[in-house]
Every structure is written in structure tokens, then in C-alpha cells.
Design a binder for this molecule. Sequence first.
Ligand code: GDP
Length: 366
Amino acid sequence: MEHIENSEEFGGLVVNSGVVQPPSVNPYMQKRPRRKPMPTASELVEGILRGDVTMLSRGVTLIESLQPAHQALAQEVIEKCLPYSGNSRRIGITGVPGAGKSTSIDVFGLHVLKDGGKLAVLAIDPSSERTRGSILGDKTRMEKLSTHPGAFIRPSPSAGSLGGVARKTRETIVLCEAAGYNNIFVETVGVGQSETAVHSMVDFFLLIQLAGTGDELQGIKRGIMEMADGIVINKADGDNIGPAQLAQAQFRSALHLFPPTVSGWMPEVLTYSGYYELGIPEVWDMIDRYFAFVKANGYFEERRNRQARYWMYETIDEQLRNHFYRNPEVQELLQANEAEVLANRRTSFMAARQVLDHYFKTLREK
Ligand code: GDP
């Protein structure tokens, strides 16, 4: 068709008729093989024990899946891997955003991999929105580590209850250990309950702090400090060396006020710089000393046993709670009783009794 712009008025301009657009779907796409079928539990276990990273990743994806069939398969894989697990150093790393966790994990990681072995970096971050970002971030934030053949970096399972996210990370540890990862880092953002969750699955809990933020010894941090087996003050470089040393002294004296730890280990306080890689071997010497200490006095085993017991009851609690609250009759009764309680017509205790009695009755009738 003749184009209007080919008229005299637009002299000098020639508009050619266009070419036919190619189809937007690549016709060869269909010929590509479909996604590989799900391996069986034995295939997964065999792959994991061989140290096959693809199989390990698929196993972890199963652990994270919400589909009941996947969960069942995941549990089978975990049980089969369990006898091969446990042979690692599990280290929890926490610190507020900006404390330098990723920078530090990058250099700590390379430090532990220097002597061979393998390292898995896992995370617990129940705040969903951040999760994707931070984890996508992890690959880039931990630049050196992410290209190291001995490192396996896995983001936090995506949002759910903290208990659920933590359980998945704990199960992922089992698979990683079965795959031969003898160093496990579990990172968490130091802003809430997630430290307790991480603390309940690691052998050593490292708290990264900064000098001069003013909140070192206050409020919520105190609980976290009490959990720490080691406190390290990052960014001890340049003008910040003085303040970092001052903070070190403050932390040391604060720790003396805490009751003695169950392990008998006195938490140490060190300064270092993740960015300029200063004081890194000293931090790892401390961790080595800790492991030697708790392995010698039996606390290492004791802590792991206590954690295993904790997770058993934690899982029971979670499942009982879910079973109860997801029951439609319970939901209805809860709503009705809540209204009665708020209207001052029934005591909280009686309302709870009524709902529970009904729940137990339906259980007996089943
Ligand atoms: P995260 O949020 O705890 O993971 O912290 P990042 O590792 O992302 O670090 C936060 C910022 O602090 C980044 O801009 C880093 O470059 C900087 N940083 C980390 N470690 C050091 C250090 O040892 N010294 C200095 N001066 N800056 C650091």
C-alpha cells in the first residue's frame, strides 16, 4: 500500500513497506525436552551423598515446598541422610543490617575454605519481603564465595512462620552435611526472634557488632548478647579503630556481669575488619578454641542433643497448633467465644475450655 509519507509533500523521505514480524513464540522451543521428572528418594539421597549440587538443591527445594507429596518425599530424604549428617561445624552469624554480615561471611568463608573442605551458607529471614531481595543479594553480596567451587549458598526459605522457616533451614543442614559440607554458616538479621531460632541449631553463635551505634548494651540486644559465644566488632579500620577498641572494652566488662554460661566457655570479644580483611585469622582462632573446649568437656554433644529434643517438641507444638486452629468448627467456636469474652459475658478461661472441650470431643469421635 502506498504510504502517505511517500507523497510529494514529504519529498526525500521514502517509507518502505515493513517486513512480516516473526512469531513471538520460538517455534523450536517446543522441541526442548520437558523438565526432568522428580527423582526418587533413593536417587536424591544417592546424589546428595555423592556431593552432587544439583541433587542437593533439588532436595532443599523439596524441603521448602508446600505440596504434601513433596513434603513426604523430603522427609524420606532427610531420614535417609540423617545417619550421614552431624559432621560439621555449625556457626550462626547475626548482626543488624549494615553490620557487615555479607562482607564478613565472604571473607570468613574463604578463610575456612583455605584448608579445603566445603561450606554451606544458609539464612533465616522470616520477613518475606526482604527475603527474596536479600538472597538474590546474597549471591552478589558474597561475591568471592559465590564463585568458589566449595561453597553452596542458599537463600532463606521464603516467608512463613518463623518456626516453619527455621525448621526448613535445620533440615537443610542435614542434607548439606550428608553432601559433605563440613562448615555450615547460618546467617540471620539481628532484629528479632530469629536469633533464638538460629541459636537453637548451631554450635557457635557469633554476634557482629559495630562501634559507636550507642545501642550496644541496651534493651533487646541484651538477650542476644547472652546467647553469643563470641562478639566481634566489625569495621575496625581507619578512624574507627579507636571506637572499636573502646566498644570491645565495654562489651568485655558487660559480659562479666552476665551469669556464667552453661558450657563454661567465657565468650570472647574481638575487633576485626571484614572489608579490609584485618583480624580474620584471630576470629577463627577463637572459634577453633571454642570447638576444642566444648568437645573436650562434652558440651558440644550436650548442646546438639538439647537442640534435637527442642526441635522435636517444637515440631509437635507447631503441628498441634495448626491442627487445632485450622479446624473449621474450632474457627467458628473461637469467633463466637471471642465475642462473648469481649462482651464480658464469659470468662476467658471458660471460653477456652468450651472450645477445647469441643475439639477434644471431635477427636474422640473420629
Ligand atoms: P549486612 O547488611 O550486615 O550484610 O552488611 P554488608 O556486608 O552489606 O555491609 C554493609 C556496609 O558496610 C557495606 O557498604 C560494606 O561495604 C560496609 N562494610 C562491611 N564491612 C566493613 C568493614 O570491615 N569496614 C568498613 N569500613 N566498611 C565495611
